[in-house]
Design a protein around this ligand. Structure first.
Ligand code: PEP
Length: 306
């Protein structure tokens, strides 16, 4: 239960004269009176107002023909989407153009919110960076999203928070939506460092973003011990971290940004566990690896029942 007191009113007074609340709150009589006196709006925000994003990360799987077949299999199963639900397909770079064509056609014909995205990018615009891909290249292939800082990039390719921050800034400046991944390793969790690690990843990864730029960011909490292991975080474990992430966003930015930013969960999401995860108030969607490669399973995730 959160308490809104006089200090919150003073802080809103210095910012945008709005306080966004969700869940159960108590507003102290002094705060009520001060809010009235200073024309501070207290706005109740429901989780329902945030978009639900179901994103598939195909990783280094599928040659061009296989990607087209998979995308068609998924798209064919989506005649319409529940309100506020967005689907994002992130194939390898080599299939991005073709998958983007298919999702764009589906968007036009069926008026559904389905997009494509890349799994990584480099922060420079162009030049001697052999093997790298720029934000403009992703856009030119029809991509709207880009996953940044996936744990496999951090671990296998030694990506640092600083590099991730450069990529996030560039992606946003070019008009892409950045899905920024954070999450602790098993060792970090076993040493009770999970909140410390995620806080650092958020602080450094989102460094120097302004209030407009942060609206182009989606956070994905992906505990490394749950990725590709079949070991999902329980809804309760995931919710605790999502709530913590939202609190960090509030501290770095403000309450409006915190209440609006979509926070996805990733790590062995399947048709059998999506419902429990999505029932949590701070879980706004999922980033799915393995299960997004099977159209039937991914469609069950997309159409999970509340
Ligand atoms: C991922 O790679 O982002 C992921 C969550 O993988 P999986 O669903 O296979 O655990």
């Amino acid at each position: 239960m959160k308490i809104i007191d006089y200090v919150d009113i003073l802080s809103a007074l210095r910012k945008n004269k709005k306080i966004f609340i969700d869940g159960d709150v108590i507003i102290t009589p002094l705060a009520k009176e001060a809010a009235k006196r200073h024309n501070i709006e207290i706005i109740k925000k429901e989780k329902k107002m945030r978009k639900e994003i179901i994103a598939g990360n195909w990783k280094m799987n599928n040659c061009l023909n296989e990607s087209v077949e998979l995308a068609k299999g998924i798209i064919d199963g989506i005649k319409e989407l529940p309100d506020k639900r967005i689907v994002v397909l992130c194939p390898p770079f080599t299939s991005l153009y073709s998958v983007s064509q298919l999702v764009s056609q589906a968007r036009d014909e069926r008026k559904i919110q389905i997009f494509s995205g890349a799994q990584n990018m480099y922060f420079e615009d162009k030049g001697a960076f052999t093997g790298e891909i720029s934000a403009d290249m992703i856009l030119s292939c029809g991509g709207s999203f880009v996953i940044i800082g996936h744990s496999e990039r951090r671990k296998i390719f030694n990506e640092t928070d600083d590099l991730i921050n450069k990529k996030v800034k560039k992606a946003i400046s070019k008009g892409l939506i950045a899905i920024v991944c954070v999450g602790e390793t098993l060792e970090e969790r076993e040493n009770s460092k999970e909140f410390f690690v995620v806080k650092r990843q958020l602080k450094q990864g989102l460094k120097e973003l302004d209030l407009n730029e942060i609206t182009k960011v989606v956070i994905a909490y992906e505990p490394v011990w749950a990725i590709g292991t079949g070991r999902t975080a329980t809804p309760d474990i995931a919710q605790k971290m999502h709530e913590f992430i939202r609190k960090q966003i509030l501290e770095i930015f403000n309450s409006e940004v915190a209440s609006e930013i979509p926070i996805l969960y990733g790590g062995s999401v399947k048709a059998s566990n999506i419902k429990g995860l999505m029932a949590e108030k701070d879980i706004d969607g999922v980033l799915v690896g393995g299960a997004s490669l099977k159209p039937d399973e991914f469609l069950k995730i997309i159409f999970y029942e509340k």
